[in-house]
Write a protein that binds this ligand. Sequence first.
Ligand code: NCD
Ligand code: ZN
Length: 345
Amino acid sequence: MTDRLTIRRPDDWHLHFRDGAVMRDVVPYTARQFGRAVVMPNLTPPVTTTALAAAYRDRILAAVPEGVSFTPLMTCYLTDTTDADDLARGAADGVFTAAKMYPANATTNSAAGVSNIENLYPVLARMEAEDIVLCIHGEVTEAQIDVFDREKEFIDRHLRAIVATFPKLRVVFEHITTSDAVDFVMESGPQVAATITPQHLHINRNAMLVGGIQPHNYCLPVAKRESHRLALRAAATGGSGKFFLGTDSAPHLKRDKESACGCAGIFGAPYALESYLTVFDEEGALDLFEGFASLHGPAFYKLPVNEGEVTLERAEVAVPPVLHVTGEEIVPWHGGATIGWRFVG
Ligand code: NCD
Ligand code: ZN
């Protein structure tokens, strides 16, 4: 039995740092484990221009602890009024690594998202021409569509058309939650990939709704039924370069999660690698973990792999029930539970 695993330093291809004091307290958790992270732009107001992204990047870098090497990779929040010239310049200057499409009101801080995806096609055409990666929150938002069907509906109504219309556009289908999404990504060409979160590998929707409502297992897209979780586990641990690590770590204070209208988002950063590795271990795929965590993402994004390595070892780790950001309680993913791997460094 393998009790110790050393891999190339990994990256987190999708997460939320927020801004201000919260950001300063959460950045170190990610910088400790990952060489780079794709930082989502859903601040209030959103990060819609090169200038805003450059300033946000500076604030993140100022929050990286001394002696730690960590690079934030910035994204542009696409809106109905995105300036394609500014986006192209920002990408050429190395400020933007990708642009993020939120259908309006799909999730936390997405009110400024795209109201009509076809209206964005000129911007997507420019992104295809400039080889800028498109990250997509793939859920429809129409009130009459059942929340558990929103990802599949997005594939059928929008994603197939986007991929067919822009065959060279690199697309990351973010935080996929269904077997439909796995199938779509597998059937598409090499320009289509997906991130998978730890929570969608660990839990199905029962974890959110059985035995009382469990707000700390609530995120968007919501966890689906067990068959979908199993499809995601097979995809993540199957060795395909189309799937890579993206925690979707989305910090919300404990009191904001445990409220009459609890926020969507799971704070996955503090024990991210341990969480993923548990899944690979259970699936007998420890040898494929490095690809998922450290190699597939850079290959897709056309970036070099990181220098250096990280090591994890088999050990019983008790995850604290709460951590603190800005002096307030926040519940980490696996909070109060024990996991079987320890991050050594
Ligand atoms: C994210 C957040 O809180 O910013 N929430 C979530 O449930 N994942 C937004 C998102 O990625 O959907
Ligand atoms: Zn997210």
